[in-house]
Design a protein around this ligand. Structure first.
Ligand code: HEM
Length: 144
């Protein structure tokens, strides 16, 4: 290899090191899982409970409740693995039951959103208690 060619090769290697790494090569981020959405719902509800316990519902509460509702809507499309693994006939029935239970949660979260807007701490606490029952029921029926 002559000196000229060697220079070009070294220069090209340098350039390739500087080239931006493609998205595929750095794709370590996973899409949010069912557990991620559930955790997001839990922390949103905890934040609202802290406010209601202190008798001070801040302006952020509506957006926080809305985030919880959006996470619940996303969870609807991610039935748990124990259901997905079932034989087909049983699976469809279970997915429908799972989605119906999630729909109840979504509706109760929408009510929470409205109550958060009214800043009525007692009503918000009562709604959180209702959501706690929804959680217990959902976990009893669908969480392994
Ligand atoms: C206010 C209502 C709810 C709250 C606060 C809540 C919260 C949670 C939390 C914190 C987890 C654990 C997540 C983790 O492992 O990091 C979880 C898991 C789970 N929840 Fe809920 N949940 C609620 C309602 C429901 C409902 C209604 C259903 C079913 C219709 C449900 C089904 C599940 C399932 C299947 C898992 C296991 C997910 C997995 O590990 O892949 N949850 N939930």
């Amino acid at each position: 290899m002559n000196v000229m060619l060697q220079t070009i090769v070294i220069w090209a290697m340098g350039l390739s090191l500087m080239a931006p790494v493609s998205a595929a090569e750095t794709a370590t981020e996973q899409p949010a899982s069912l557990a991620d959405h559930m955790s997001a719902i839990k922390s949103s509800l905890r934040a609202i409970k802290r406010m209601a316990d202190g008798g001070q519902i801040s302006d952020d509460a509506v957006a926080i409740a809305q985030k919880a509702r959006q996470a619940a809507v996303a969870a609807r499309e991610l039935p748990p693995k124990n259901i997905v693994m079932l034989p087909e006939a049983e699976r469809d029935k279970q997915i429908q039951a799972y989605q119906a239970a999630i729909d109840v949660m979504v509706a109760e979260l929408a009510t929470l959103e409205t109550l958060a807007g009214s800043k009525d701490a007692a009503k918000v606490l009562a709604q959180l208690a209702k959501l706690s029952d929804v959680e217990k029921d959902g976990h009893q029926r669908f969480r392994q």
